[in-house]
Design a binder for this molecule. Structure first.
Ligand code: ZN
Length: 67
């Protein structure tokens, strides 16, 4: 995370863990465009691949699969 005083386009997204089924939220910079990354579940700590489709700063779809 950068703290340089510029306007970050952070969105909070809610994802559901494919392992344990718990949902948690994640901060995402939508100004970067579509992204795919691996995060560890906040509940069971297992990894998952999160693919986010972003068009013009708008989130169009979120896909979560086991990593
Ligand atoms: Zn989990």
């Amino acid at each position: 995370m950068h703290h340089v005083g510029c306007v970050a386009m952070n969105e909070s997204i809610s994802i559901e863990c494919p392992h344990c089924g718990e949902s948690f939220s994640l901060a995402l910079d939508v100004s970067e465009g579509s992204a795919e990354f691996i995060v560890d579940c906040e509940v069971c700590c297992r990894p998952m691949t999160v693919a986010v489709r972003i068009n013009d700063g708008e989130i169009e779809g979120i896909e979560v699969v086991e990593a």
